[in-house]
Design a protein around this ligand. Structure first.
Ligand code: GLC
Length: 473
């Protein structure tokens, strides 16, 4: 199969979140299965230095947007068998930062037109065009508009972002006739939504877990009502749980951590990493072994950080430690800063990104907190389990599909999950799991967690089956 991916970001070039890991992990897994994968990305200022292996200017053309002509280059690179095509246009992408600009709608409208044009120009003839989130959602429609034949998939990683444009700019920025708005294909809350346009025009829509697929289909009001639109596509809607790139996250080979370990020697390995973690956060050596709760996350309300603030009294009561790494919303950061300065012997905080420290938190913590309000899939809990760190999660989306909660059944449990509406259960979990920790009752759960397999080599089957099914239509 000849498969084209398009997205706003991908490792190993640019990453702001789990989307980047998925594009990279899934495309490599498809290549390992013998498929041809080409990934289209914007050429941001950040990440340019990583495009080095085979740097090639492969195409150059003008993109018409309404009355404007904007020039762009297509840069080619190849990594581990995956072909990468970068859309270079400094006016839109040569900035410090990836998303969050006033003109994001215009920037990604341009990106999508440029990708559609490059696919035709470069004679790529894809069997499947697989686009991710709103930043790429309209590419299948734009290609179909240009007379191409192919099958298409849209994966929704975060339904909270719908990619709005003013209706008046449909012709101006996307070269599409107004009928796409007036007949409702792109019209959403009286705006043009690129995500909706993707949902209504691709052959299949997926999201990154089964539970989140059900949540989207059943939620009429959430995410500005996008569930109502997805409902129209119910028979073409699928949930496929993300895989993990075990090459990057492997406690037996990880170069970021203090000591490598695997299932056979995790007790020693985790102990050494725990000491290193406590030292990294400048905690005084505790007299007894105390539970350490780790959190690596964007610090946003989606991730339930307000819930984490709620459990701080319980952490203090148990004389446990909480270590937090991330950055995000200003008020959440301020509250965490205050707590960390007030309880320096219980709360460690690092605001920002730090790969080394993230890996050390996965390896050295006893528990990993992920009390998200919604979570299409989530990767942190999967990484934590692989490092023998037990996740404490809300029962939403991918968290529900990947963690087997001890509260539901002791057999086969590898973590703890509480109902999304039941915040008290999350509070209660801190003392509950601390008690289990003291009584040394966690080893069976740790062993189960470490033995779980969420590798892309396994999870890729879901996509291969879907592509095959679409090609038979
Ligand atoms: C988004 C979602 C997260 C998911 C990731 C990759 O960041 O919020 O749940 O794991 O995309 O699919």
């Amino acid at each position: 199969m000849n498969i084209i991916f398009a997205a706003g970001e991908s490792s190993p070039f640019v990453k702001t979140g789990g989307l980047a890991d998925v594009i990279w992990g899934l495309s490599k897994a498809l290549v390992r299965r013998g498929e041809k994968v080409s990934v289209f990305l914007p050429f941001y200022r950040k990440g340019k230095e990583k495009v080095r292996d085979i740097y090639k200017l492969i195409d150059s053309f003008d993109v018409a947007q309404g009355w404007r002509m904007t020039h762009c280059n297509i840069i080619f690179d190849q990594k581990e068998g995956v072909d990468f095509y970068f859309v270079e246009c400094d006016q839109y992408f040569g900035r410090d930062g990836i998303y969050g600009f006033e003109d994001d709608g215009e920037r990604f409208a341009f990106f999508q037109l440029a990708v559609a044009k490059a696919i035709i120009h470069l004679n790529l003839h894809p069997d499947i065009i697989h686009v991710h989130d709103w930043q790429a959602a309209l590419i299948p429609l734009l290609c179909a508009h240009a007379g191409m034949r192919f099958r298409s998939v849209l994966t929704i990683h975060n339904p909270a972002f719908q990619g709005y444009l003013n209706p008046a700019s449909l012709g101006d920025l996307l070269n599409l006739p107004v009928v796409y708005y007036s007949d409702g294909l792109l019209r959403f809350n009286n705006m043009v939504s690129m995500l909706k346009g993707g949902i209504t025009t691709v052959d299949a829509v997926t999201t990154v877990s089964l539970t989140h697929a059900q949540e989207l289909l059943n939620d009429k009001t959430g995410f500005n009502g996008i569930g109502n639109i997805i409902k129209f596509r119910q028979s073409d809607m699928f949930g496929i749980v993300n895989g993990l790139d075990y090459e990057e996250f492997d406690p037996s080979k990880d170069t970021h951590i203090a000591k490598n370990y695997s299932l056979s020697d995790y007790k020693v390995g985790k102990k050494v990493n725990k000491e290193a973690l406590l030292a990294a956060f400048n905690f005084k050596e505790p007299e007894a072994d105390v539970p350490v709760f780790g959190l690596v996350s964007r610090l946003t309300s989606q991730k339930g950080i307000d819930r984490v603030l709620r459990i701080i009294p319980d952490i203090i009561k148990e004389d446990a430690k909480l270590v937090v790494l991330g950055q995000g919303e200003w008020d959440i950061e301020q509250k965490l800063k205050y707590m960390a300065s007030r309880y320096p012997q219980n709360i460690g905080l690092f605001l920002g990104y730090n790969d080394n420290l993230a890996h050390l938190i996965y390896a050295g913590s006893d528990f990993f907190l992920m009390p998200s309000k919604f979570e299409p899939c989530g990767l942190g809990q999967i990484i934590a389990m692989h490092y023998g760190t037990l996740p404490i999660v809300s029962k939403v989306g991918g968290l529900n599909d990947t963690v087997h909660s001890y509260y539901d059944s002791h057999d086969g449990a590898d973590g703890f999950a509480f109902a999304n509406w039941d915040e008290n259960c999350f509070d209660y979990s801190i003392s509950y799991v601390s008690e289990m920790f003291k009584k040394k009752k966690l080893n069976p759960l740790i062993k189960t967690a470490m033995a779980e397999d969420f590798s892309w080599d396994k999870q890729v089957d879901g996509y291969l089956d879907l592509y095959a099914k679409l090609l038979k239509r």
